[in-house]
Design a binder for this molecule. Structure first.
Ligand SMILES: Nc1ncnc2c1ncn2[C@@H]1O[C@H](COP(=O)(O)OP(=O)(O)OP(=O)(O)O)[C@@H](O)[C@H]1O
Ligand SMILES: [Mg+2]
Length: 341
């Protein structure tokens, strides 16, 4: 893998355009290259995932904006496959943790082991020291183990035996959970849901796409011959380019109004925090980059609002019984809050 990273990075085109380009031209060229990386990864994932273009776009927006994703859906809807397809598309370190009730925090973070030979403790890195981490079926582990991962996600570092250790610059967690299983599962604590920039489901695809799934796997699984199409360096540049995209004061206010509307909405016990507003801005910047824009428009904010905000809301018990969902609260905010022109 690391060899691949180097060779792909070496093959990457020159970042600065020829001639005496202005700063703006150079930035525009970097954005064009970043967009091209996005399209390459997205097309590669589409070789495996049928009918999931919108979900792939959100997943890549989270990746490009430095957020983590929680995929929640019924068994067999392609969650693990999507995560693996993304991981295979990037020449970076990838680890998968299958969460089980007996998993310990040290199985995620790592342990210090005493060596008889040199009479010293040596740290053995856990799977969290990687670039892309698939935390599969996260709600099957105990809350203590879940929070070890969630803290690492929030801090970008872990502390083991009183020592801080930095995680990689590109550290992207895709966690999956299954909503139908309640027995033997531990729902993520609400406060921890806030650590995920986005949560969304994949849903069942249309029949034609499902037929395409069968055709694609008639002889073997398309994942088996999926090759990396982007280097780690290119993905880091993609993140940097997303952060360059501008957002006007009006749209910042619009973002904050959408998020704060959830705090006073009927049926909501706990609304979304400024962390949600930030995540919405950053993910919208990434989508604008993907769309070839130099600045965010209301479209990107609206496309992402439910995925970024809904999972952070704690609904009142009565609201839950009457069928009012967090998604409906966000959709209502989208209808109510005036869109800047
Ligand atoms: N949209 C899709 N495109 C391509 N393959 C799909 C799609 N949906 C499901 N599949 C295929 O269905 C099978 C099951 O998918 P996968 O294991 O990713 O599901 P999952 O959501 O992780 O399920 P579980 O919750 O049980 O772990 C895989 O072979 C996968 O390739
Ligand atoms: Mg799975």
């Amino acid at each position: 893998m690391s060899q691949m990273t180097e060779s792909m990075a070496a093959a990457a085109p020159e970042r600065t355009p020829a001639g005496p380009g202005t700063v703006a031209e150079t930035a525009a060229e970097q954005h064009r290259q970043a967009r091209e990386v996005y399209h390459r990864i997205s097309a590669n994932i589409a070789r495996v995932m049928q009918g999931q273009a919108a979900a792939t776009r959100k997943l890549l927006a989270a990746l490009a904006s430095g957020g983590h994703v929680l995929l929640e859906d019924y068994p067999g809807t392609g969650k693990t496959t999507l995560a693996k397809a993304l991981a295979r598309s990037i020449a970076a370190r990838f680890k998968r943790i299958q969460f089980t009730p007996d998993l310990l925090p040290s199985d995620i973070l790592g342990v210090s082991v005493f060596s008889q030979r040199d009479q010293l403790f040596h740290f053995h890195e856990g799977p969290v020291f990687t670039n892309i981490l698939l935390a599969d079926e996260i709600n099957r582990a105990s809350p203590r183990t879940q929070s070890a991962l969630l803290e690492a996600m929030g801090e970008g570092q872990v502390s083991v035996d009183g020592q801080q250790r930095e995680l990689a610059d590109l550290f992207f967690v895709i966690a999956t959970e299954n909503p139908v299983e309640f027995r033997g599962t531990y729902p993520l604590p609400e406060a921890q849901m806030d650590r995920f920039a986005m949560q969304f489901s994949l849903g069942y695809v249309q029949s034609a796409d499902e037929v395409a799934i069968l055709t694609a796997q008639e002889h073997n699984h398309p994942l088996t011959h999926l090759q990396p199409v982007a280097s780690l360096t290119e993905v880091v540049a993609l993140k940097r380019a997303a952060g360059d995209i501008r957002m006007s004061e009006e749209l910042k206010r619009y973002t904050v109004e959408l998020v704060s509307a959830t705090r006073t909405a009927p049926g909501v016990q706990l609304g979304a925090s400024p962390r949600a507003s930030l995540a919405l801005m950053k993910a919208a910047q990434a989508l604008a980059l993907f769309d070839g824009l130099e600045f965010v428009t209301p479209d990107q904010i609206q496309e992402l609002a439910v995925a970024v905000i809904a999972h952070r809301l704690v609904m009142e018990p009565q609201a839950r019984f009457s069928g009012l969902t967090a998604r409906a609260v966000v959709e209502e905010a989208l209808r109510k809050v005036k869109v800047p022109v």
